[in-house]
Design a protein around this ligand. Structure first.
Ligand SMILES: [Zn+2]
Ligand SMILES: [Zn+2]
Length: 340
C-alpha cells in the first residue's frame, strides 16, 4: 500500500462522514444573485457611498446625495438595499450593514473595477538563482510578476489589491508587496483564510505528486532531492496558495533565532529573495517528512516538516566544509520516521 493510496482513502472518509461541517450553522442572508442585483444601478451605489461618507444619515439627506428626481424613485432604490446592505435604525436614520461596509470599501478601493499596469520596477535584491542584482517587478492587471533579467528565472506572481497600487508608488511598492504577502502566508499557515477567514487545509507535497498523471511509486522515486512545496487551500472560498515550504517557516522561532545568532534579520529578506541558502527535500514518505534546511556561516538549521506543515523537530548542525553529503544523524532521523 502506498502513501498516496492511503491519502485517497482518508479524503473519502472525511467526505462521507462530515460530522464537523454539520455542527456549523448555515448563515442567513440573500442568494448571491439577489444581493448583486440589489446593487445594480448608479443610484444604489451612490446611496452606499453617501452613507459610508457620513453615517447614520436621514432619508432626505440621502435623497439629496443622489441624482434621483423624485423621492418615490429614490425610495424604491433604497428599499432594494435594505434587505442586505443598508438598515434603518430605531431613530429612522440609515446605516450600512457589515456587508454594506464591505461593498463601500471595495467601491472606494476599486477592488472589482480597477485594472492596474505598471512600468517595470528594478528591485535592489539579489536573484536567488544567479545572485545578480537583476530582479524586475512588472505589474499587469493587478498581478506583479517578479523575474530576473539576467537568468530569465520567473520567481513569483503576486496578486495585489488595486487599492494597494493606488497607495504605493514605485519606491515603496516592493516593501508593501512583501509585507502583504508575508501576512497572507502567515494567516494561511495559522489555518485562517486571509480573504474570508474560513478554515484552511495545509498539505506539504512533493512537486511531482500533483503534476504527475499517476501516483508515483515511492520505491522508485526514492527520497533524495525531491522538491517539495506547501499548498494552502481555503475550504470556504477556494482561495489557494502554493509556495516553497521555506516561505511558510520564516516566522518559526527556530528560524528567527538562527538568523539572529548569525547577525541577520530574516524579516529584512523580501520573499522573492529568500531561497538561495535554503534547501528542501522529501526524506520520508511514511510517515511523510520534508527536510527544510538553511545554511549560514557553516552551520545548518534543519527543520523536519510533517504532511500538515507543522515543524515536528529541528536541530542545528555544524557542517564546516562538508557542503553536500547527508549526515549520519539525518539518515537515522529519516529511518526513525522523524517522529520527535
Ligand atoms: Zn537570476
Ligand atoms: Zn477563504
Amino acid at each position: 500500500m502506498t502513501a498516496e493510496r492511503r491519502e485517497d482513502e482518508t479524503v473519502t472518509d472525511e467526505s462521507e462522514g462530515e460530522p464537523a461541517a454539520a455542527s456549523v450553522p448555515e448563515p442567513d442572508g440573500l442568494p448571491p444573485s439577489d444581493a448583486f442585483g440589489a446593487l445594480g444601478g448608479e443610484t444604489r451605489l451612490e446611496i452606499v457611498r453617501a452613507i459610508a461618507d457620513e453615517t447614520p444619515r436621514t432619508f432626505s439627506a440621502l435623497f439629496d446625495a443622489t441624482d434621483e428626481d423624485t423621492s418615490a424613485g429614490f425610495a424604491y432604490h433604497l428599499r432594494q438595499l435594505t434587505d442586505g446592505f443598508v438598515r434603518q435604525r430605531e431613530d429612522e436614520r440609515y446605516e450600512l450593514t457589515d456587508a454594506g461596509r464591505s461593498v463601500a470599501r471595495a467601491l472606494r478601493a476599486g477592488t472589482y473595477t480597477a485594472s492596474v499596469d505598471r512600468d517595470p520596477i528594478e528591485l535592489d535584491d539579489d536573484c536567488p538563482f544567479c545572485g545578480d542584482v537583476a530582479l524586475v517587478a512588472t505589474v499587469v492587471d493587478n498581478v506583479t510578476e517578479i523575474d530576473c533579467e539576467n537568468c530569465d528565472a520567473p520567481l513569483l506572481q503576486l496578486s495585489f489589491p488595486a487599492g494597494g497600487y493606488a497607495s504605493h508608488d514605485a519606491d515603496d511598492l516592493p516593501e508593501a508587496l512583501d509585507a502583504h504577502h508575508r501576512r497572507r502566508i502567515a494567516s494561511f499557515g495559522d489555518g485562517v483564510c486571509p480573504d474570508c477567514a474560513g478554515t484552511v487545509s495545509t498539505t506539504v507535497e512533493a512537486v511531482a505528486d500533483r503534476d504527475a498523471t499517476a501516483p508515483s511509486d515511492p520505491q522508485e522515486t526514492g527520497t533524495e532531492h525531491v522538491p517539495a512545496r506547501t499548498v494552502f487551500e481555503c475550504e470556504a472560498c477556494g482561495a489557494d496558495l502554493r509556495c516553497p515550504v521555506a516561505l511558510t517557516l520564516l516566522d518559526h522561532p527556530a528560524v528567527v533565532a538562527f538568523y539572529h545568532d548569525h547577525a541577520r534579520d530574516v524579516r529584512e529578506r523580501p520573499i522573492w529573495n529568500v531561497g538561495s541558502e535554503w534547501r528542501e527535500r522529501v526524506v520520508s514518505r511514511d510517515p511523510w517528512c520534508v527536510l527544510v534546511s538553511t545554511r549560514l556561516d557553516g552551520e545548518d538549521l534543519r527543520l523536519y516538516v510533517a504532511r500538515d506543515g507543522t515543524v515536528v523537530d529541528h536541530r542545528r548542525v555544524d557542517v564546516g566544509e562538508d557542503h553536500t553529503s547527508e549526515s549520519a544523524s539525518d539518515r537515522s532521523r529519516r529511518d526513525s520516521g522523524a517522529s520527535a
